[in-house]
Ligand binder design. Sequence first.
Ligand SMILES: [Zn+2]
Length: 213
Amino acid sequence: MANLIFKYSAMNGGKTLNIMQTIYSYEKNNFKVVLVKSEKDTKGFDNVIFRNDNKRKADIVLKENASLLTEEYYKIYYTAKIILVDEVELLNKKQVKELWMIAHLINIPIICYGLRSNFHGEIFSDGIAQLFASADFVEEIGSSSVCACGKKAIFNARKESGRFTDVGPTIVIDDGTKNEYEYVPLCSDCYLKYVKIKSEEAKDLTELVDKVK
Ligand SMILES: [Zn+2]
C-alpha cells in the first residue's frame, strides 16, 4: 500500500518549490495530481500561491471540519496518482487520520507539506501531532530555511508591528492584508534570545543566571 509522508521546514524553507517540482514531474507524465488545501489558508482563495505569482488551483479546498471521506471528495481523488496537501498544519486530527486511511486503504500516496511548530515554539496543531504519530516517513525539506545568523532555522517567530512576540492567536495567515504581522525563521539560539528571553518560561533560568554569578 501507499505511504503517508510529512515534509516539513520552517518558513521560506522550500516547501512550495518542492510542491511545484512534484506537480511538474507527475503532470509531465500525465499522472493526475490532486492538490488539497484548507479553507483556513486564505492566501489566494482556492489557489495555492507560489513565489513569482505562479498559481495552481487547489482541487479540494477543505472546510474547517469537513471530512475527506465524502462522495464529493472521493470522486475527485480516487483516480489520483498522488495527493499533495499544502499547509497541512491547518488540518485537524480527524482530517489527518483520514489522509492516513486513504493512503493505506485506497493505496494513493500522500505527501503533506507544512510547519511542525507555531510561533509559540510548540507543535503547531493536533493535526501535526497526528501526522508525527502516523506518517510513514517524516522528512525535513533539504533546502532548509536559514536564520539571519546563518544557522539552520527551526522556529517561525512572529513579529507584531515590528517586534517579536509569543502571545496572540496561533493562526494568523500572512496574506498581505495584515501588515502588522510578519513571520521570521529563526534558529533556537536566536528564538530564545529574541522571543523567549523575557517570557515566563525563561524566567527561572534568567533568575538563576543572575543569582549564581
Ligand atoms: Zn540564529
